[in-house]
Design a protein around this ligand. Sequence first.
Ligand SMILES: Nc1ncnc2c1ncn2[C@@H]1O[C@H](COP(=O)(O)OP(=O)(O)OP(=O)(O)O)[C@@H](O)[C@H]1O
Ligand SMILES: [Mg+2]
Length: 250
Amino acid sequence: MSSKTVIEATNITKHFEGKIALSSLSFSIQKGELIALIGPSGAGKTTLLNTIAGLVPLHSGELMIDTLPITKYKKGKQFAKKVGVIRQQFDLIGPLAVIHNVLAGKLSEWGFFKSLLSLLVPQEKEVAIHALERVGLKDKTFEITARLSGGEQQRVAMARLMVQNPEIILADEPVASLDPARADDVLSMLTKIVTEEKQTLLASLHSVEYARKYFTRIISLKNGEIFFDLPTEKVTDELLTELYQLKEQV
Ligand SMILES: Nc1ncnc2c1ncn2[C@@H]1O[C@H](COP(=O)(O)OP(=O)(O)OP(=O)(O)O)[C@@H](O)[C@H]1O
Ligand SMILES: [Mg+2]
C-alpha cells in the first residue's frame, strides 16, 4: 500500500503569554491512520488540534497539510475539504431540525443564498438522509435537534462531518460528555466510518482504554512535548504510568 503524508509538523511551537503550550513538536501522519492523542490535562492536546484546524497560529515551525503549508490555505471551501472538526459540545444549533444541522456540513461549499434557501427547503436532502442512515438516525431526520440525547447529538455531528467529507478529521475529546456505553458506541461508529471513507483521524482522548481499543497509533503529549509516539501495541502500562505521573521522581 502506498502511503501519503497528510500532516507533516516540523518543530512546531506555540506559547501563550510566554508559557510554552507546544514545544518544538515534529511528527508526520499518513493518510488513513487512526491516531489517539493522549496526555495529562494541560499537556497541549487541544492547542495542537486547534493549530491543525487553523484556529491557532504557530509561533515557529512548519505545518504542512497535504502538500501545502497551513498558512497558504484559503478559509472556507478549500480548507473545509481538507480538515473537519468534531467537538465535545457538538456545535449544533438546537432549535433547528436535525436535517439542517447535517446540511450545515455543506455551508462552506454552498455559499450564502443556497444556504439560506436550504433553511426553507432543505437542499441535497438525499445526501443528509444517507448520512443519517449511516449513523442510525434516519428516523430522527426532521426532529428538533435539542430534543435528542447527547449520544444522538454526537451522531448528528458525525453525519454533518460525513456531508462535509474532509480528508482529515480532528476530534477534541469527542466522547467526554457521554456515558461509557454511548462513548464506546460513538467511537466505534466514528472509527468505522473514517476507515470506510479512507479518511484520517486524530482524536484527543482522556481514556487510554478507548485509545487502545479503537486507534492504531498513540501520540502522547506531556508539558507540550511528545512523550511517546508509538503503534498502539507498543504502548506499555509502564509508559502510561510515567505519562500521567504528577511529578517527576527525584
Ligand atoms: N488561549 C489560551 N491562553 C493562555 N493559555 C492557554 C490558552 N490555551 C491553552 N493555554 C495553555 O496551554 C497549555 C496547553 O493547554 P491545552 O488546552 O492545549 O491542554 P490539553 O492537553 O488540551 O488539556 P485538557 O486535557 O485539560 O483539555 C496549558 O498550560 C493552558 O493553560
Ligand atoms: Mg483539551
